[in-house]
Design a protein around this ligand. Structure first.
Ligand code: 5GP
Length: 188
């Protein structure tokens, strides 16, 4: 089968993780690319399901071993990357790969596989709404919150480099919208 890649990028707090979780519960033949990262695990996260949590030293070792398709220092001191092994794992299952990566990572995957990739930018309704969502999540310290907001504003400027901009005003509306787009893309 010709496996495709569906990349979701957005400023964090735009709701892309919720959209991805919903999509994975539909009947579409999709599977999630579990990224590696060097930040610490949040209480609700599961190692090997949400991320492969690695120490900074292990992460560097895998960079040296050329195990990553792409990696980024998404926040100072926090590394995130897509393992090449995720693509072969998922394609072997006969499924298409869904990524939840930062904006730069998304653009890099599109560059690596231009024809096979659908890149989706999830747009929050506004910066105020984004801030409210991050506050509600309550995992941020005031400093990490300020860092994330600054970064969010910068990331929004790349929206038009993506194949599709999905306004996430409401998950019940945005998820079926992108589901239809993906259905068409994977049947091409
Ligand atoms: P969080 O710490 O909130 O889980 O994620 C922070 C950011 O890192 C999010 O924008 C997420 O999409 C991004 N991210 C997660 N995995 C990867 C990856 O493999 N590569 C890149 N470039 N970014 C990633």
């Amino acid at each position: 089968m010709n496996g495709k890649l569906i990349v979701f990028s957005a400023p964090s707090g735009a709701g892309k993780t919720s959209i991805v979780h919903r999509l994975l519960k539909t009947d579409l033949p999709l599977a999630f690319s579990v990224s590696a990262c060097s930040r610490s695990k949040r209480p609700e996260e599961i190692n090997g399901t949400d991320y492969y949590f690695l120490s900074p030293a292990e992460f560097r070792q895998r960079i040296d071993n050329k195990e990553f398709l792409e990696w980024e220092e998404v926040y100072p001191g926090s590394y995130y990357g897509t393992l090449k092994s995720e693509l072969s794992r998922i394609w072997k299952l006969g499924k298409h790969v869904v990524f939840d990566v930062d904006v730069v990572g998304g653009m890099n995957i599109k560059k690596l596989y231009p024809k096979e990739t659908l890149s989706v930018f999830v747009m929050p309704p506004s910066i105020e709404e984004l801030e409210a969502r991050l506050r509600y999540r309550d995992t941020e310290t005031p400093e990490s919150m300020a860092k994330r907001l600054d970064k969010a504003k910068w990331e929004m400027s790349f929206a038009d480099k993506f194949d599709y901009i999905l306004l996430n005003d409401n998950l019940d509306r945005s998820t079926p919208e992108i589901e239809k787009v993906i259905e068409r893309f994977i049947s091409e």
